[in-house]
Design a protein around this ligand. Structure first.
Ligand code: ACO
Length: 397
């Protein structure tokens, strides 16, 4: 029974917008998306140009500070990131408490939140210099925390960061214990750039919502990691690879397409569709190119999963069901194949996404701290019972 009057007397007119698809929750100058034209800009700079000509430091500095860095600013930024890669030894003890086969994302939710126990102070929320310091700490420590989660989930000894390596090289080094080939670092760096920010998606909105209560930045980012984990969001890259493996052979593709179109079947084509893009996600085009380059470099001339993905894309983008609903490949459709070629295990895909998105989360958190501190507090459309008397246990049957 719907009694909308239950809400209206106290609030006046209010909008009901499930999934917030028509609600702007904040003002932001960080990322611009034109979902119909397939445009993505970081602080006005097209994602294609950053992926092609920029690097990790250019993109992260741009998101955090609003401008591309000068040579000196860039050098300082890179040095500062490298200075904060280590985590407190006591924090490393946390990893030993997790079950041996814990999912690395479960570990990440815990350990990133636990950073608050080591670094947080109220000044991090209010003082701009301390805010920036917290942002830099989070960006710097994420690869170390991610690699530690990986090593823990494999029962392997941990590897400390090497500050002579780049951000992407260091992450791969701490996971694989040997420095990687340059093309692998370049591919990972591009993946990181592509995933850094995407305006008010579920995890970023979560970070800003947590921040609106003046929670410390480490706790806010931990909440973002939790929101990212789901298969409808960051968990999609893991789900895509599982789906491609399940399809197995090209002749089984039509069967899966039919399943995705069946409205009585909850199955969806993973890596397809996007709340904002109603055409190709510009990141998916770049990701497809990286995928081809990486496979060429690894000497893989025939990758069955890539073949299934390409064929699946070809069929789906010409199918009336997908065309009518504007469902095209998103960034996650090809990212799993690239990460697999970089010898990154499937359970780490969403963790890599979280490492990249940390740059966006902290930039958005920092921006939100400038707003006139209004706590995020949506209302609801109450669908339950109106006032009724308490029934004592003896009379309840
Ligand atoms: N496969 C089949 N059908 C789909 C898919 C899909 N991947 N995505 C949407 N649809 C259909 C829905 O069933 C619905 O059909 P209907 O109108 O007949 O009911 C219609 O398209 C609209 O779908 P919604 O769920 O309303 O769209 P929304 O914008 O809320 O969802 C989402 C976007 C969550 C990304 C969705 O497309 C999806 O689940 N995709 C698969 C998961 C995925 O790839 N997620 C990664 C997103 S990118 C990122 O987070 C980095």
């Amino acid at each position: 029974f719907l009694d909308i009057r239950a809400l209206q007397p106290s609030t006046g007119v209010c909008t009901f917008d499930p999934g917030f698809s028509s609600t702007a929750s904040c003002q932001s100058a960080i990322t611009y998306i034109d979902g119909n034209a397939g445009v993505l800009l970081y602080r006005g700079v097209p994602i294609e140009q950053l992926a092609d000509k920029g690097d990790f430091a250019d993109s992260a500095y741009l998101l955090l500070h609003g401008e591309l860095p000068t040579k000196i600013q860039k050098r300082k930024f890179e040095i500062e990131i490298k200075t904060h890669t280590l985590v407190h030894e006591q924090l490393i003890q946390f990893y030993k408490g997790f079950k041996h086969d814990a999912h690395p994302m479960a570990i990440m939710v815990g350990v990133v939140g636990a950073l608050s126990a080591f670094y947080s102070s109220t000044s991090e929320v209010h003082d701009p210099a301390q805010q920036l310091r917290a942002c830099m700490r989070l960006i710097s420590k994420m690869p170390t925390l991610a690699a530690l989660a990986y090593k823990t989930s494999r029962g392997m000894p941990i590897i400390y960061p090497r500050n002579d390596l780049s951000y992407a090289e260091n992450l791969l080094y701490m996971m694989h214990a040997v420095p990687c080939e340059p093309y692998k670092a370049k591919a990972l760096e591009t993946i990181l750039i592509l995933h850094m920010d995407h305006e008010q998606n579920a995890s970023t909105s979560t970070v800003r919502t947590a921040g609106s209560s003046q929670a410390n930045p480490f706790a806010c980012v931990a909440s973002g990691i939790a929101a990212l984990w789901g298969p409808a969001h960051g968990g999609a890259n893991e789900a895509v690879l599982k789906m491609l493996a399940e399809i197995g052979t090209r002749d089984r593709i039509p069967q899966f397409i039919a399943k995705a179109k069946d409205r009585n079947d909850p199955f969806r084509l993973m890596g397809f569709g996007h709340r904002v893009y109603k055409t190709y996600d510009p990141r998916s085009k770049i990701m497809k190119q990286i995928c081809e380059q990486v496979l060429e470099n690894t000497g893989v001339t025939h990758d069955p999963l890539l073949e299934i993905a390409v064929e699946l894309e070809k069929i789906a983008v010409h199918d009336e069901y997908f065309l009518k609903r504007n469902l095209y490949p998103n960034v996650d459709f090809y990212s799993g194949i690239v990460l697999r070629a970089l010898d990154i295990p499937v359970s780490m895909y969403t963790v890599i996404f979280a490492v990249a998105r940390t740059v966006g989360w902290v930039s958005q958190w920092k921006e939100s701290m400038l707003e006139a501190g209004k706590i995020t507090r949506p209302r609801q459309m109450y669908m339950g019972q109106m006032e009724r008397p308490f029934v004592s246990l003896g009379r309840r049957g």
